[in-house]
Design a protein around this ligand. Structure first.
Ligand SMILES: Nc1ncnc2c1ncn2[C@@H]1O[C@H](COP(=O)(O)OP(=O)(O)OP(=O)(O)O)[C@@H](O)[C@H]1O
Ligand SMILES: [Mg+2]
Length: 396
């Protein structure tokens, strides 16, 4: 893809630094919300859409998101507090259940199926008023993604928007990649062994399998769905367990990564423009980044005002994610916050920088991790490996 042109009508950009936690976010208020993207009308249920999907409908204009028509109930704990799966800068994600809509009074309908009413869901609700537009755009993106063949193994399942709460209703996948990797890192610390100190914290085979799945998922997003994710990082990747009766993964001794890593959180996603269309004109007004996982050209462009979001910036973010998965360190760079930010701006040197960290041995020089991520972190985005070529590279 050619680098985007400078926008002609970008308003002054406000950058705000959220210094509340170690994970730093920059938020840029840019041009109007993402152009709505495509779903034909007349479908209210995901089941109606599945099976009949074909690649040609992906590019159709979607103006309405899938609607969630069942009754949604947010789960509460013993103290009547809503149960959260997690929260981000934009939203809270609650645990929920659903049931078919109540029949009209007096109607003679059969009782609700117990299997149906016990379905556990995740309901993503805007945390702030100004997050509504971003979540509405995300609902359109999720609608389209869930109609693109192959979505099941790569992105979170979306059931629609519930009108009353404006919740984005998704399959519940309560484990994210960040938590999983940190748990693996803790286990390694407790059972330290010199035999495994040069390997990724989850072990080499599992890491390789995870990397292949994530790279394959990104290639699917870019090439099949025509989308830049815009915020690839471990917290935005959810892990759905592979069922034990799945033949391809049934053998526990293969060392395969035991989950489908699913891309989630499409609140920063953008259509990959056809032709030379300016991607900047499509950037959402709630475009967000998390510094350590953001491509250096994006960090620089946030300051200059010419945001260069592209498939190549996703490739960098996935490479950074894989390095974090190897070292177990979700901050990626060593040192204090200011130093880490400076290093992130020189992200093409991420391998050298992370090697200076406490777990640098896990990304050893000329080792598998370095070989895998090196072509994905080159400084010039136009020279970076594409997700599609990276698939073949990772398989070799
Ligand atoms: N389908 C789901 N099932 C279970 N938990 C989820 C689900 N979707 C999201 N979560 C949890 O909620 C958190 C916040 O969700 P999400 O990343 O979509 O929100 P956000 O406000 O857009 O985040 P960000 O700060 O990255 O912009 C996730 O990191 C994850 O822990
Ligand atoms: Mg998120």
């Amino acid at each position: 893809m050619t680098p985007p042109k400078t926008p002609t009508s970008t308003p002054p950009m406000q950058l705000s630094l959220n210094t509340g936690g170690d994970e730093l976010s920059l938020r840029a208020h840019l041009t109007p919300p993402v152009t709505p993207i495509g779903k034909p009308s007349g479908h209210d249920s995901l089941d109606q859409l599945e099976g009949g999907a074909d690649a040609s409908i992906v590019k159709q204009t979607i103006t309405k998101p899938l609607r969630f028509i069942d009754d949604l109930k947010i789960c509460r704990d013993a103290d009547d507090i809503p149960i959260e799966f997690g929260r981000g800068v934009l939203s809270i994600v609650y645990k929920a259940t659903s049931a078919p809509p109540a029949p009209p009074i007096g109607a003679d309908t059969p009782p609700t199926s117990p299997a149906f009413s016990s379905r556990v869901l995740a309901a993503k609700i805007p945390l702030r008023r100004d997050a509504r537009a971003a979540l509405q755009a995300e609902a359109l993106t999720l609608t389209r993604l869930n109609r693109t063949p192959g979505h099941d193994d790569h992105v979170i399942k979306f059931f629609g928007v519930e009108a009353a709460t404006e919740a984005l209703v998704m399959a519940a996948v309560p484990l994210d990649l960040s938590t999983y990797v940190e748990d693996q890192a803790d286990l390694r610390k407790k059972n330290f062994s010199t035999a495994t100190m040069f390997e990724p914290v989850m072990g080499m085979d599992s890491f390789s399998d995870l990397a292949r799945k994530l790279i394959g998922g990104l290639a699917w997003l870019h090439n099949e769905a025509g989308l830049v994710h815009g915020d690839v990082k471990p917290l935005n990747i959810l892990l759905r367990p592979i069922a034990s009766d799945d033949c391809a993964h049934a053998d526990a001794d293969t060392g395969a990564f035991p989950y489908y890593p699913l891309y989630a959180d499409f609140s920063s996603a953008l259509d990959i423009p056809s032709d030379q269309e300016d991607i900047n004109s499509k950037i959402t007004d709630m475009y967000a980044v998390t510094v350590p996982f953001t491509a250096p050209e994006i960090l620089k462009s946030l300051i200059s005002g010419n945001v260069a979001l592209s498939p190549a910036s996703d490739v960098f973010s996935l490479a950074a994610t894989l390095i974090a998965c190897a070292t177990g360190d979700m901050l990626l760079y060593p040192g204090d916050r200011r130093r880490r930010q400076l290093m992130a701006c020189d992200g093409h040197q991420i391998l050298e920088f992370t090697r200076n960290g406490a777990n640098g041995a896990r990304v050893s020089r000329n080792g598998l991790v370095e070989k895998l991520v090196k072509p994905a972190v080159v400084k010039d985005p136009s020279q970076r490996i594409s997700a599609q070529d990276w698939v073949a590279f990772a398989a070799a």
